[in-house]
Design a protein around this ligand. Structure first.
Ligand SMILES: *Cc1c(COP(=O)(O)O)cnc(C)c1O
Length: 371
């Protein structure tokens, strides 16, 4: 039996090792050469997009997306408060104003009606991250964006492999972003991608990730960019990961189902929504809320689980409460759902390689800690 069950372990095997060796033997280790292009095309086609632009992280993908859409001073961007800070960083740096919205108390995603109510004449874009494996009604958000002449940026980092009404996540809005951090469905170690159907935007995104080299003579720059390039070794690992993504998706779903069976009778737990308007949760992570009547908060439960050899993580800390963002927040705005979810939420080991024995042990530890 293992001493400690980590919250996430990547599923790296022989295909990934072989892919890295092929890359080394071919001599391509920078972002040049065929490996990055092949990975971009493979992910774009899997998701149902025309173009992919591979970058060094999911955060980088969000940064260049916001920059490529010329979001800046005077613009407002609607962002759920219950998400990772990556969603808001370039919005702030560009001089635009984030407008936060609360989350749903059950799905933890932002609600279309709250987003609609936040649209003003200054709104330029909506950034919609999908939380922990379920999406909101992204089709309705696409319609809302179109009707209001604003951009929809889909952050699909936690919902790769998920679908909404037959369309894969990563295919909604003007651009979608992905992360390939080791806890994501596909990992490259560190990495990310922007997906879009727009050819001109793709060129701009490629320039922005590569120091904004202008077309024409070398070392000329008309604007500032970043070095957000992905290397070939990462891309090679990513292509191998994509080949087994469907299999991991099935395993993640069945881990979610098994946790539901094991934990379903614990009254003080609010389990994640399994099926929302016909969409089955992909359980990117298996998170739950510990109700107030349990007499223990998420923080203490996490420490107690650790003593039982079970790793866990708290939920996101809402953006509107971040010290770094106070000067950009409306002091009168309150987001009670996000605050409750952040305080009571915890996710437990959710990697695709967890065994039945691991799951039972995690569930037993949760039961013990809550009793
Ligand atoms: C993981 C994640 C990111 C950030 O990705 P990095 O590759 O770690 O920069 C952004 N958004 C969401 C929703 C994520 O889950």
């Amino acid at each position: 039996m293992r001493d400690f069950i980590p919250v996430s372990e990547p599923d790296i095997g022989e295909p990934e090792r072989q892919a890295v060796l092929r890359c080394l033997e071919a001599g391509w280790i920078s972002s040049e050469g065929p490996f990055v292009r092949e990975f971009e095309e493979a992910v774009a086609s899997w998701v149902g997009r025309r173009f992919g632009v591979a970058v060094s992280s999911g955060t980088a993908a969000l940064d260049i997306s916001v920059a490529a859409l010329d979001i800046g001073p005077g613009d407002e961007v609607i962002i759920p408060t219950f998400t990772i800070i990556s969603c808001v960083q370039q919005v702030i740096r560009s001089g635009a104003k984030p407008i936060f919205v609360d989350c749903d108390p059950d799905t933890w995603n932002a609600r279309v009606e709250d987003i609609a109510a936040s649209i003003s004449p200054r709104t330029r874009a909506i950034i919609i991250p999908h939380i922990y494996g379920l999406t909101t009604d992204v089709e309705a958000l696409e319609r809302l964006a179109r009707e209001n002449g604003i951009h929809l940026i889909e952050d699909a980092a936690e919902a790769l492999g998920q679908e909404w009404r037959g369309r894969r996540c990563g295919s909604f809005g003007i651009v979608s972003t992905l992360s390939f951090y080791p806890n994501k469905l596909i990992t490259t170690g560190e990495g990310g991608m922007v997906l879009t159907d727009d050819e001109e935007l793709t060129k701009r995104l490629r320039r922005l990730r590569n120091l904004a080299f202008a077309e024409g003579p070398r070392f000329r720059h008309d604007e500032l960019g970043w070095n957000y390039r992905m290397g070939s070794l990462q891309a090679a690992i990513g292509s191998a990961q994509l080949d087994s993504a469907e299999d991991r998706l099935i395993r993640k779903r069945s881990i979610g189902q098994r946790y539901r069976e094991l934990l379903g009778d614990i009254e003080c737990l609010q389990l994640p929504v399994d099926n929302w308007r016909g969409q089955e949760n992909v359980y990117w992570v298996f998170g739950f809320l510990i109700n107030r009547d349990a007499g223990i908060n998420a923080q203490s439960a996490s420490e107690a689980l650790r003593a039982h050899g079970v790793d866990s993580r708290p939920f996101f800390y809402p953006l509107h409460k971040q010290v770094a963002l106070q000067e950009f927040c409306d002091p009168d705005a309150t987001f009670p759902n996000a605050e409750r979810v952040a305080e009571r939420g915890l996710y437990v080991p959710s990697g695709p390689n967890l065994t039945e024995q691991d799951l039972v042990r995690v569930a037993d530890a949760i039961r013990e800690v809550l009793s």
